[in-house]
Design a binder for this molecule. Structure first.
Ligand SMILES: Nc1ncnc2c1ncn2[C@@H]1O[C@H](COP(=O)(O)OP(=O)(O)OP(=O)(O)O)[C@@H](O)[C@H]1O
Ligand SMILES: [Mg+2]
Length: 223
């Protein structure tokens, strides 16, 4: 599904060049569940953004589902990630004027899905995340952790083939964190969704079948 070959990313400051990613070569098959670990500043988010096509790179070759990402124009890249990738980040931008129910429904409005089917999909998602009781509340009426859960529910409702998650349980209490991990596990095992998560937690990392450790922008270890 994903093939990165000798990816380098850098920024030039004056006469200095700082490498954010150094010689990353990585193959990820459809259906894998991967954890990316490493100290702060080691390039985890940068790598995730490159994989998600939100960020470019300076050297190397990237194939995603057979497409040569390094050769695509910005619009084509955007079409590709919008179609296949669900992003789960730490900060969610829920729409303040919409209820939990409406926020979760939003991504479906851009797709050609019948109203009755939309209703069923939202109900199913609310249920999966244990937030049925919150559906008529507005974001400001939720705790930070609950807002994060709603953000995750919204990212997953379109059933992406690939989920990219950057510290997805960062603001959650341990029970909510566990719930998110269980949802990931289920999506991965039962629906074959490929998952790449950045995490500092050994416990969360253990849900994955493979762990990649970064240090100073390069792959230090794989297990
Ligand atoms: N646009 C940029 N210009 C300059 N330096 C950058 C830029 N983006 C990222 N960096 C640097 O690249 C390094 C890697 O950043 P990145 O955000 O990928 O780290 P991380 O592993 O996700 O860290 P954390 O665990 O703290 O989230 C950091 O030293 C950061 O300061
Ligand atoms: Mg980061």
């Amino acid at each position: 599904m994903i093939s990165l070959q000798h990816i380098f990313k850098w920024v030039n400051t004056g006469s200095n060049r700082t490498f954010l990613l150094r010689d990353i070569t990585l193959d990820i098959k459809q259906g894998e569940f991967i954890s990316i670990m490493g100290p702060s500043g080691s390039g985890k988010s940068t790598l995730l953004n490159v994989i998600g096509m939100l960020d470019g790179f300076d050297e190397g070759i990237y194939h995603f589902l057979g497409e040569e990402v390094h050769k695509l124009k910005e619009k084509q890249r955007a079409d590709l990630y919008k179609k296949h990738i669900g992003f789960v980040f730490q900060a969610y931008h829920l729409i303040d004027e919409l209820t939990v129910y409406e926020n979760i429904e939003t991504p479906l409005l851009y797709q050609d899905i019948k109203s009755s089917e939309r209703k069923a999909m939202v109900a199913d998602t609310l249920d999966k995340f244990n937030i049925v009781g919150k559906k008529d509340l507005f974001p400001a009426q939720l705790s930070g952790g609950q807002q994060q859960l709603v953000g995750i529910a919204r990212a997953l409702i379109t059933k992406p083939k690939l989920i990219l998650a950057d510290e997805p349980t960062g603001n959650l209490n341990s029970q909510q964190g566990e719930e998110v991990m269980q949802v990931f596990k289920k999506l991965n095992e039962e629906e074959g969704v490929t998952i790449i998560q950045v995490t500092h937690s050994e416990k969360n990392a253990a849900y994955a079948s493979r762990t990649i450790e970064l240090l100073d922008g390069r792959i230090e270890k794989q297990s």
